[in-house]
Design a protein around this ligand. Structure first.
Ligand SMILES: Cc1cc2nc3c(=O)[nH]c(=O)nc-3n(C[C@H](O)[C@H](O)[C@H](O)COP(=O)(O)O)c2cc1C
Length: 192
């Protein structure tokens, strides 16, 4: 199908990777609390398929809290070397624990220990106390077998809108908006 936005996404992502874009999976992720106050931060996009766009995080973080209260998100990726941006919008859902476990096992021991050492987005007295906690946990878990804490989890953004933006000369950029309907995706061109 020529107008499948997920295939298009994958094509663009591969193009960005081949072009040597550093961290092509860096994705700005916006969430909002129930008062409508937005917040944005980068996360790493770990999966992108017909089920949605997956990232992993600490459920106790600000984004985790906001996604619990208001399970909708918006995200953007920009690849300067190829002059392309993709924007996503949709609902979010939790990733199944077995899938989170699979990803957890691919993470280096040091990163797993870091996830165990930190309560993401909570204040700490000093960086030294964080490092001391990490070292203590490293002694407690001397092998690769570092258990996944329940709060370390994944979210899937299930897009109902995907916009592809392509740089063109004279600021006459190309924008294509795909919107999900019951019968598939509709495609509309937008003015730059
Ligand atoms: C390039 C980049 C990638 C990041 N990837 C992640 C990620 O995948 N998961 C995550 O929880 N935080 C990631 N972070 C840290 C977040 O940007 C953020 O500081 C943290 O998740 C806390 O955000 P919150 O307080 O809004 O929840 C990344 C930061 C950068 C700069």
């Amino acid at each position: 199908m020529p107008d499948d936005p997920l295939r298009r996404f994958r094509r663009w992502f591969d193009e960005a990777r081949r072009a040597g874009v550093p961290l092509p999976e860096a994705m700005a992720l916006a969430t909002a609390d129930t008062a409508g106050r937005p917040s944005v931060r980068f996360v790493l996009l770990k999966e992108a398929d017909e089920h949605g766009f997956v990232f992993f995080t600490d459920a106790r973080s600000r984004k985790g809290r906001e996604l619990r209260e208001n399970p909708r998100a918006s995200a953007a990726l920009f690849w300067d070397a190829i002059g392309k941006q993709v924007r996503l919008e949709g609902r979010t859902e939790g990733v199944a624990p077995a899938e989170v476990d699979r990803y957890w096992k691919t993470r280096p021991r040091e990163s797993r220990l870091a996830a165990l050492s930190s309560t993401q987005s909570a204040p700490i007295a000093s960086r030294a106390s964080l490092v001391a906690t990490w070292r203590k946990l490293a002694r407690r878990h001397p092998t690769d077998d570092v258990p996944r804490p329940a709060y370390w989890t994944g979210f899937r953004l299930v897009p109902d809108a995907i916009e592809f933006w392509r740089h063109r000369d004279h600021r006459l950029h190309e924008r294509e908006l795909f919107v999900r309907t019951r019968r598939g995706w509709t495609r509309t061109l937008l003015q730059p």
